[in-house]
Design a protein around this ligand. Structure first.
Ligand code: NAD
Length: 256
């Protein structure tokens, strides 16, 4: 299922999208490129090269960057490379994430720490690397992918819930501190979205997509392109006064 694209809101804009080999990240990179952005697709996975190739073959401007976002030096180098090559960063989408499932006694310390490193610390590293260039131009939009579970914790996912709550608070804090510099920071809080992350969870639980669809008042779980459309809106000039918001996109599903 694809979401209609009508405009070119990102012509002459440069965007960094993390987690761009994954479901929501690749859809977001595609969406921004379709609307005219030059997109730097960042991921730990080499598959990000294929995603960038596909976007280029469709006529978009896309560059892959294989980066481990838990490495502060790699995040700095990424931002420096993009500035050196393009002289600007207009949009940063902090979307990479992991879901280490389990209640407290199911998790070891490594799973807890890794969840923080990927889901939250990476935002610290990359925002610190990118913000100075945005502040200098007095413009920039940052969109963080949190989760509905960061607002309403789901059972059996404590590390994920807590780190995503941190992403929401990070978003509010960053927005308050840097709105005076012309930077807008917002978060998206998706419910269930049909991506490799969700499919991995289904494989473990034995449930099916149809089982999940039946739980959503709208009749189905979300598609990556639908979250990408919201991210693109928040990153665009169509949302000039949206700053410090955490927007839920759930098909009206409540966390149970
Ligand atoms: P996904 O697993 O398809 O994509 C996540 C991507 O992040 C992967 O490509 C992975 O390689 C990358 N990544 C992980 N660790 C990294 C690291 N250290 N450095 C660089 N890249 C790294 O999952 P998705 O569902 O597309 O998730 C995207 C975002 O959406 C995540 O933050 C996730 O928590 C959030 N989210 C997803 C859902 C859902 O139902 N799928 C719901 C709410 C929020």
């Amino acid at each position: 299922m694809s979401t209609p694209v009508s405009g070119r809101r990102f012509a002459d804009r440069v965007a960094i999208v993390t987690g761009a080999a994954g479901g929501i990240g690749s859809a977001t990179a595609e969406r921004l490129a379709q609307e005219g952005a030059t997109v730097v697709l960042v991921d730990l996975s080499e598959n990000v090269r294929h995603t960038a190739d596909a976007i280029r073959q469709a006529g978009g401007n896309a560059e892959p960057a294989v980066v481990d976002l838990t490495d502060p030096a790699a995040c700095s180098a990424l931002a420096e490379d993009v500035i050196a090559q393009h002289r600007q960063i207009d949009v940063l989408v902090n979307n990479a994430g992991i879901n280490r499932r389990g209640a407290l006694l199911d998790l070891d310390l490594d799973a807890w720490k890794t969840s923080f490193e990927v889901n939250l610390d990476a935002l610290f590293h990359l925002c610190r690397a990118v913000l100075p260039a945005m502040i200098e131009r007095r413009r920039g939009a940052i969109v963080n992918t949190a989760s509905q579970w960061g607002l309403h914790p789901a059972p059996g996912h404590i590390a994920y819930n807590v780190t995503k709550a941190g992403v929401v608070s990070f978003t509010h804090s960053l927005a308050r501190d840097y709105a005076p510099h012309g930077i807008r920071v917002n978060a998206v809080c998706p419910g269930e979205v049909r991506t490799p992350m969700l499919e991995a969870g289904l494989a473990r639980s034995g449930r099916t997509i149809d089982d999940l669809n039946a739980l959503v008042p709208f009749g189905r779980i979300g598609e990556p392109s639908e979250v990408a459309a919201l991210i693109a809106f928040l990153a665009s000039d169509e949302a000039p006064y949206l700053c410090g918001s955490a927007v839920e996109i759930t098909g009206a599903q409540a966390v149970s």
